[in-house]
Design a protein around this ligand. Structure first.
Ligand code: HEC
Length: 166
């Protein structure tokens, strides 16, 4: 009898666990859908430059710089190329994260973003190469303009409040 009870409660907790899995899968799918929408709506968003730190010309220039130098790892529209950017790859290194406002890049000030572009991540144990000598200052500014042009207004505004861009 006791055994049966234990088995039953085990099955009960297992199904709660499985139900939780299902739910998080659905949440995950929703997130992916939302980020896909973000991607499509904002693939080259130059309509918001009046209230942002960059000009339309910078976004357009940055788009090209990004395509030529960054897209190979970060994805054509900075959406990332892996399902879960927080999960290490088999070699223990982290994949290139999305930069389109769905991951973490928007937590960093413009200065810090520039520093990442300059120095890459190799010195910190990562795999991103440095662009210090590969891009001009204007190209670096432009590529950050492009990346931040992908952020929806609510993300941009939170970012700008935290680190007023210079
Ligand atoms: C060879 C692949 C590769 C290329 C090319 C590359 N990156 Fe990265 N990037 C990464 C990886 C991997 C990371 C995570 C840190 C690390 O491992 O170095 C990263 C991190 C970043 C971050 C920090 C994101 C965060 O959430 O903190 C920024 C910003 C960034 N890259 C921008 C760029 C830009 C802009 C370019 C092009 C000028 C570029 N990257 C080119 C692989 C790359």
């Amino acid at each position: 009898m006791l055994n049966k009870f234990v088995t039953l409660s085990f099955i009960a907790s297992l199904s709660i666990f499985l139900a939780a899995c299902d739910k998080s899968d659905i949440e995950e799918a929703k997130k992916v859908t939302v980020s896909n929408e973000v991607k499509q709506v904002t693939s080259t968003n130059t309509s918001n430059t009046q209230r942002r730190w960059y000009s339309t010309a910078q976004v357009l220039r940055g788009k090209k710089v990004f395509k030529d130098n960054c897209a190979v790892c970060h994805g054509e529209r900075a959406q990332g190329l892996v399902k879960d950017w927080q999960k290490p790859l088999p070699d223990g290194k982290y994949p290139a994260p999305p930069l389109n406002g769905t991951a973490h890049a928007w937590h960093h000030s413009k200065d810090l973003l520039l520093r990442t572009v300059n120095n890459g991540g190799i010195a910190l144990g990562g795999t991103m190469p440095p662009f210090k000598d590969k891009l001009t200052q204007a190209e670096k500014e432009a590529v950050i303009a492009y990346v931040s042009s992908l952020w929806p207004d609510n993300i941009y505004d939170t970012w700008a409040k935290r680190n007023p861009p210079k």
